[in-house]
Structures are given as C-alpha cells and as structure tokens.
Design a protein around this ligand. Structure first.
Ligand code: SF4
Length: 258
C-alpha cells in the first residue's frame, strides 16, 4: 500500500487528506471505497461551509423523494452495485432483485425503457427532459426502504453528492425554481465515468441508470486491464479536474438531472 497526500483548495474551502491505494495492479472498481470515502470528506466540508453561511441542509433520513429521480451512475459503480446485490444474503437478495425487475416493468409499460437503453443517442437537453418524464412515473429506487437508503454505506457517489437547502417538501415536485441544490466544488461521479472511453457518435460521458445497473453489469463484464493503484488514482484526479482524455470536451453531464 502507498499513501498519497491530497491537497485541494477553493475560494472558501480546503481539503487535505491522505488516500491509501495498493501500489500494485488493481481494477478501477478497487478504487471505489477510497473514492467514496474521499467523496464523503468533500461533502462534509461543503456542508460545513453551507452551514457557516447560515443555511441548513434539508436532506435527512426518512426523506427519499430524490430516490425516485433518474439516478445516473458511472459504469464502474454499476458493476459495484451488481456486486453489492450479489453479496446480499437470502431472502434479501431475491427481494432486491424483485424490486429491480418491478422497476424495469414499470419503465417498459410507460414506454421509457427503450429510450433509456438507447441513452447513447442522448444529446444535451435530452437527459433533463427525460429525467422529468422518469420522475413523473414515481418509480422508487430498488434500495429505497421506509423512505431511507438501505445500502447507505455503499450508495453511489452521485447519491452522496446530492443535497438541497430548499424545503424538503419541494422535492416531491422538484423544479429549477423550487429546488436549491448545494453546489459541490467538484462532482465525483463524472470523474469515475470518465475512465470509460465514449463511443464514436456519443455526445455525453457514459453512464448507467441505477435502476438498470444489474442487467447492464451482466451484459458488460469488466474487460479492462489492471493498472498500478497510484496511476489509477492520478487519472481519477485528472478526471476530477476535467483533464481526462476520455471525456468529450464540451459534453454536459447527466448530473443535471440530479
Ligand atoms: S442508492 Fe440509496 S440514496 Fe441512492 S437513489 Fe437508491 S435509495 Fe436513494
């Protein structure tokens, strides 16, 4: 293992931390625990700064309105979600799989499934308008239970990064006018997504809707070659700074739907 010191600073915040990664070859998915822990530190620092400015975060346990939104995750986190489900004991695992299947059925019945499967054809604006249609269906995330996240320690980074200061009741019918989303100094999940090269013709970084993560992961096994941990971490921070090579230069991020 090797410890790498990270020092980041913005106008009103700074973060110094050490991330420990294996020095030998690893897969990108092996970075996820470190990246999620880093994401938590970024979120904590941002929350502190929001509270110091006199605002309060409205998000709390028991309020899962945002868990009915279209949740875009990176491909590597989709595979992680697959692993999380596969590691669940029975009968819990079957229950979660049943919920994924039910959500898929709802999407099919509403006519949204095909467009979601063909999301590589989306251009700027499509994701946002599609996200509105998706939210109207009221399809809960398969992990939502009693309006709380049942995989809280393993939830994807986009879920960690989504916080609002507007009244919680506004999230039941969100709009740009009624939702004040907290601006994170940078977004973690697109930095993970930028590990994946975009296909010719695609306008956006690659992403997987959380609700289709299981079937997508089965159809797309990880075929990337392991690389030294410090090299992968370096690429992650290049991606975070928007300097990764895989990202289309001017592509909008589907994070606009969250
Ligand atoms: S993974 Fe958890 S936090 Fe994320 S949408 Fe699902 S229930 Fe909500």
């Amino acid at each position: 293992m090797v410890g790498i010191n990270i020092s980041l600073a913005g106008a009103d915040w700074q973060l110094q931390t050490t991330i420990t990664v294996p020095s030998g070859p690893i897969q990108v998915k092996d970075l996820i625990p470190m990246v999620q822990s880093f994401a938590d530190q970024v979120v904590r620092g941002t929350v502190r700064s929001v509270e110091e400015s006199g605002q309060n975060i409205s998000c709390k346990k028991g309020c899962g309105a945002c868990c009915r939104q279209l949740v875009p995750i990176s491909e590597v986190e989709a595979r992680r979600i697959h692993d999380v489900v596969t590691e669940l004991p029975e009968p819990r695992q079957s229950e979660i799989r049943r919920r994924f299947a039910a959500a898929r059925r709802r999407l099919e019945e509403s006519g949204l499934l095909k467009r979601l499967v063909d999301r590589g054809e989306f251009v700027e604006g499509d994701v946002q308008s599609f996200g509105v249609e998706y939210f109207r269906q009221g399809i809960p995330c398969p992990f939502l239970e009693n309006e709380s996240c049942s995989i809280h320690p393993d939830r994807p980074s986009v879920c960690r990064e989504y916080l609002v200061t507007s009244p919680a009741e506004n999230c039941a019918a969100p709009s740009v006018k009624t939702i004040d989303q907290v601006n994170m100094p940078f977004k973690i999940w697109p930095a993970l997504a930028r590990f994946d090269k975009v296909h010719p013709g695609e306008k956006l970084i690659r992403w997987v809707p959380l609700v289709l993560a299981l079937e997508w992961s089965i159809d797309h096994p990880d075929e990337t070659q392991p690389r030294p941990g410090p090299e992968l971490l370096h690429e992650f921070f290049r991606n975070l700074a928007g300097k990764g090579e895989a990202a289309p230069k001017d592509a909008p991020s589907p994070s606009k739907v969250r």
